[in-house]
Design a protein around this ligand. Sequence first.
Ligand code: CTP
Ligand code: MG
Length: 555
Amino acid sequence: TFFRSLHKNYFCFRRKIASKTVAAKIQLSAKKEAKDERKSFSTLQEERREQAERSVLISCPPNISETKFLKHMSRHGNINNCFFYESFGIYAVVEFSEKESIASLREATSIPSIQHETAVPFKTRLLSVKANNFSLPSSQPSVQCLKQTPIGIKELILKLSREDSIDQQLYSLMEEYQLTEENICLRFLVCSLLKDIAAAYFPECIIRPFGSSVNGFGKLGCDLDMFLDLDAISGRNIKQAGGGLSLEYQLKKTASERAATQSILSVIGECVDQFGPGCVGVQKILNARCPLVRFAHQPSGFQCDLTANNRVAMKSSELLYLYGGLDKRVRAMVLSLRCWARTHGLTSTIPGAWLTNFSLTAMVIFFLQRRSPAVLPTLDQLRDLAGPGDKCTIEGNDCTFVSDFSWMQDQKNTETLEHLLQEFFVFYGNFAFSRMSVNIRKGKEQNKPDTFPLHIQNPFEPSLNVSKNVNATQLERLVTLCQESAWLLQEGGASGRGPARDSPWGMAALLLPSLSQSVRTKGRKRKAREPASERIKSLLDSLKSGKNGSSAKPH
Ligand code: CTP
Ligand code: MG
């Protein structure tokens, strides 16, 4: 029986995966992705979470034989998928079709005795295989590793320069930068591995990824934002039971919800620091507005931020996911502008007075709501489309909006990406930031309620400004870069392909460092001589007066 089951499992797997060419595999995942785009956020999240629970992460020796390795792994059950990648060594992600296979695999593993070190006897799903068990002779090529980081900016500029239109450039940038199916699986797996650790304290907890890992706008290599969800045990979702018992033993009472979040994150942070395999540089940042534990997860290479009690952020990730799925131009435009902003130092990985990717994304959505006809609906319109199951209130704030895509109709706006990009720069190169606030709920500029240089209303917490951190200098840089980019695109346009095949044009030209350098020089000169560049101003006026009548409305 053992032999038969091994035989069956192994060959079942070979049929499914190993016999397929890499190209076929990629096609498969592309098809899956296209289908996934239309799945509701919670359905997709749940599927991926469940898939991660059936997966393991395995550190492999450099000369591992894929065939021997998979043959061995399939002794524990059918394998749905497996891929290899590199991060301080080679790793494999193995997804079994049944969760029971993990138990079987765990049974067969031993905790190594290492000289001068003592292992904590906790069997995680991060395993390692011994070098000599599945090795290949050194002359044979090793496994194919899937890349988990994007191409460099120079390579990207070269690639874009070879495209035939600006629209193609934006789609090509998206293809290069967006998270791959495998990278998303790895993100869910890391959450699942951390959940095993947090479960020591909270057995029914769930760790969910949010932010750019799941909102459709993530770039390969972006951080992994996670949220410790205790709702299943907190009683928040439990209807009033008849027994009259309240669960006093669950938590010691604390002064506030914030204090409870801080103490939960403090113990989980300690646990991750002491016992989390591969978790290094653990920092507890508990006094932030949103308390968090930050660390690097070495086996995946992800920079992780773990928060708790952060349901609003989860909702805003869902909203962005919905917006990204409504029209294929949205993700291409946001990813391209995220890349443009990062290249010119408008955004940064270091927190500070810079624009954040979240704020920038809200600005793109707002701009697309302001087109005529609109590319994207307002948040109020999405709320009106919501069904009874979509109703959601968090801390007194209405977070209701439609969750599925079934109501979608044919898109009325047919502008090209090239035109939208150009108009985006004109729109924000000319926006009345000093008086007006960006508001995606209403899809209309509102009077600014405060004096911060940039005001973008938090869609679910209307009293908050998501760009409160942005100072006047950074806003000024954003405006000037928009003006310069509008000018550059207008000058070059679709026909702007350089004489040499590889010379940067269109979107590629917008990513050249010379753009921000020229902005810096102009900024200095301008301070000395004139208040604003007349050339850009007149260009903006000419663009605004509308070559084709579809430009943004004046404010
Ligand atoms: N968030 C928020 N208000 C802010 C900043 C962030 O509600 N002022 C929420 C958003 O849901 C955002 C998530 O927290 O998506 C994660 O924030 P962050 O990591 O800064 O942004 P990402 O969208 O994940 O983008 P990045 O790729 O830069 O990490
Ligand atoms: Mg993030």
